[in-house]
Design a protein around this ligand. Structure first.
Ligand SMILES: [Fe+2]
Ligand SMILES: [Fe+2]
Length: 272
């Protein structure tokens, strides 16, 4: 008898569980149905972000290894390691947004791009200065206003969750870059490192301009609200935000370090 009751109870529990599962499935469907449909552009953009975030994790890990090899301050090293875990989280969250948009493919990442290149004939400080300036002072600094704008009209929960987290983290990533560059420009080799930044800044500006402001992007000014809801924006906005970032961030921040970024920007215009 006791065995029969036990089995009856088990059946009741199973049926309750099935009901619960059905309810939770219905909840997921209704959330999806209330979201704007995701286009191919949305899926392409989110898988590209997964790749970019994963690459950022690898590059920051490599830069932090260089900082350990240089004997940098423990603060800088632990900030670098924290950024690595941030970037891995950004990649995971971006993948969740990609899946929510109906994406099923895997990210395509060239393993050779998952790291930094050494110029073996130069001291390590030179390569650290290059990476700090290019990846962090330029890349992570413009990332703050870019993500702010992307987040503005983003309402799909999975996409919004990424942008909320990224925006908070990017401010710290930007600050890490400028603190690191400031530290490098106080080393005994500061004069050489400053010359290196001045000489290579035009090439770095050219790279970031070709990334965010290629000529073809100027024509892409309109976007359906459904794609904005998924955390995208028209390509032309990237260029406009980069120009604004030059005025608001790059010029004053480099000036504080005694570097004329306007001259470098003008030279990069000629170079592109
Ligand atoms: Fe990131
Ligand atoms: Fe970042």
């Amino acid at each position: 008898m006791a065995a029969k009751n036990k089995s009856k109870n088990k059946d009741k529990k199973r049926s309750k569980d099935r009901k619960k599962q059905r309810k939770s499935r219905e909840a997921v469907v209704s959330v999806d149905a209330s979201q704007p449909a995701a286009s191919d552009r949305v899926r392409n953009e989110w898988i590209r972000r997964v790749e970019a975030e994963y690459r950022s994790a690898a590059i920051t890990q490599h830069l932090t290894l260089w900082l350990i090899q240089m004997g940098a301050s423990p603060d800088l090293i632990s900030d670098g390691l924290r950024i690595v875990t941030d970037e891995l989280t950004h990649a995971e969250l971006s993948h969740a947004a990609y899946v929510a948009a109906g994406g099923t493919g895997a990210p395509q990442i060239d393993r050779d791009s998952l790291g930094l290149k050494r110029k073996a004939e130069q001291p390590l400080e030179f390569d650290v200065t290059r990476a700090a300036t290019d990846v962090f002072c330029l890349g992570e600094t413009v990332a703050v206003p870019l993500f702010k704008e992307l987040r503005q009209e983003c309402s799909v929960p999975e996409a919004r969750a990424v942008l909320d987290r990224v925006l908070v983290d990017e401010v710290r990533h930007r600050d890490f870059g400028w603190t690191l560059l400031e530290w490098l420009l106080e080393l005994p080799s500061a004069a050489q490192l400053k010359k290196l930044v001045e000489a290579e800044l035009p090439r770095m500006f050219t790279r970031i301009r070709s990334l965010y402001s290629p000529p073809a992007a100027k024509k892409d000014v309109q976007m359906p609200t459904s794609e904005r809801a998924w955390g995208l924006m028209p390509s032309a906005r990237y260029g406009a935000i980069l120009e604004r970032c030059l005025e608001r961030d790059y010029l004053p921040r480099f000036e504080r370090l005694g570097i004329d970024a306007q001259a470098a920007w003008d030279r990069s215009q000629v170079a592109s």
